[in-house]
Design a protein around this ligand. Structure first.
Ligand SMILES: [Zn+2]
Length: 458
């Protein structure tokens, strides 16, 4: 398996530190609003990566955090006049519901900042003790010159880094690039007692502490959106390496690209932010998921008004093939060789567009193959490949009935039976009328030698 590593800037062969325990950490959401497709993309991409790792390694440990302390959460709470914890809990729940609908499996552990505080304080103290951090004006700052390799991940020189941090250089900083590990809290701000007074952690230290707590000092894969490379991941890398005597923090840094909507960057000012929960009102989660993995994860995802329709049609085709395979049982073995091309694409830096093409090729073979034994193997290969992508998890009938469409499946089937009887009775006027009625509620009938089938019109 090969992965592109942001640090070495090369596609590298993946070799875990311990093949008996492969460790993955992905930066999760800051829970102050609903998830948009830019938040959903890493969740889905790394879900596919973890599914692939689980296919190849017996024991994969996956952590994705929840950032439940952040000034943005405080602002939302203040405006709504409710406790911070309520804002965080509400949006955490909404995030889970969105990801569930997208078929994203829960990580093995989902640590929260509020639950990690003793470890965060310990790590900050360790950095002070090692001379990599200092206390100033009730803050604790990481001293960037203490880590010679600073900048190795984002490949930036010092001038860019200071400009990139985009914060006014506070007078208490020894170096303009130094960043906050701990800051004082006042009034309504959440806070904890610490050796440096009542306060709360800066953003970056939480991930370093959670990784140390749950995964260890060196992990195999650290993932996130490419917007996190600097400063967040650069700072995590510096903190963790310094806290652990210069030890390597991550073997592979994996970052996904941006999402553009109709050729523009998603932003509040353009007003083109697409929330997952809104898309799910009109589109099955599986189609949203397919649209999110339709491009290679490192490339920008060009989302257009057509994206969901295209994804839905593609799934219609795949489910139709599975529906045509209804009469054969998925083979228990002998199907893996049919998946070779598919697996090869996923193992090549998670090339999901090409893997999807391989899945379509399996469906095409199934459509044109006669013998039941081979069809059974093709069915098994399609289901296994779909499973690795988190697709084709439904029964085809369920898919064509449409989830959350509000269609009454029983009533539709009764009408179809009535239409079949009308046709048998040569009452074609009645049969056509039923067909039109069904079309009006978005149901398409397809006549086949085995009787009528129906699908929800896409
Ligand atoms: Zn993080």
């Amino acid at each position: 398996m090969y992965l592109y590593d942001t640090l070495s800037r090369r596609k590298e062969r993946f070799i875990p530190g311990d093949a008996d325990r492969v460790t993955v950490y992905v930066c999760g959401p800051t829970v102050y609003s609903y998830a948009h497709i830019g938040n959903a993309r890493p969740a889905v991409v790394f879900d596919v990566l973890v599914r692939l790792l689980r296919h190849e390694y017996e024991n994969v440990f996956y952590a994705r955090n929840i950032t439940d302390i952040d000034d943005k959460i405080n602002t939302v709470a203040e405006r709504a006049g409710i406790p911070i914890s309520e804002v965080a809990a509400g949006f955490t729940e909404a995030y889970h519901a969105d990801l569930d609908a997208l078929g994203v499996l829960a990580p093995d552990v989902e640590p929260r900042v509020t639950e990690t505080m003793p470890r965060i304080i310990e790590m900050i103290q360790a950095l002070i003790d090692k001379g990599a951090a200092y206390e100033a004006d009730r803050h604790v700052l990481f001293h960037v010159p203490a880590f010679e390799r600073y900048g190795e991940l984002s490949h930036r020189d010092r001038k860019e880094m200071v400009a990139g941090a985009r914060v006014e250089v506070a007078s208490y900083k020894k170096d303009p690039a130094d960043f906050v590990l701990w800051k004082p809290s006042t009034g309504q701000q959440p806070g904890w007692e610490s050796p440096w007074g009542y306060g709360r952690p800066g953003w970056h230290i939480e991930c370093s502490s959670m990784i140390e707590t749950h995964l260890g000092t060196t992990i195999d894969i650290h993932g996130g959106g490419s917007d996190l490379i600097f400063p967040h991941h650069e700072n995590e890398n510096a903190q963790s390496a310094c806290a652990h005597g210069g030890q390597r923090f991550c073997r592979y840094w994996v970052h996904n690209g941006f999402v553009n909507v109709n050729s523009e960057k998603m932003s509040k000012s353009v007003g083109n932010i697409l929330l997952v929960k809104d898309l799910l009102k009109e589109t099955p989660g599986e189609a949203v998921r397919l649209a999110l993995i339709g491009a290679h994860y490192r490339a920008p995802l060009e989302w257009t008004d057509e994206s969901l329709d295209q994804a839905r049609r593609r799934l219609d085709g795949l489910y139709q093939s599975l529906r045509d395979l209804e009469d054969v049982r998925a083979a228990r073995d002998g199907y893996e060789t049919l998946m070779t091309g598919f697996i090869k694409e996923l193992e090549n830096d998670l090339n999901t567009p090409k893997a999807l093409a391989e899945l379509s090729a399996l469906a095409h073979s199934a459509n044109t193959t006669r013998g039941d034994a081979e069809r059974g193997r093709l069915k098994a290969a399609m289901l296994a490949a779909g499973g690795l992508l988190g697709l084709l998890r439904q029964n085809p009938e369920q898919w064509f009935a449409g989830d959350g469409s509000g269609l009454d499946v029983g009533a539709i089937e009764a009408l179809i039976a009535e239409r079949s009887q009308a046709r048998k009775d040569k009452n074609f006027a009645r049969a056509d009328k039923i067909r039109d009625e069904l079309r009006d509620i978005g149901v398409e009938i397809e006549d086949s030698p085995d009787g009528a089938r129906w699908r929800k019109r896409s």
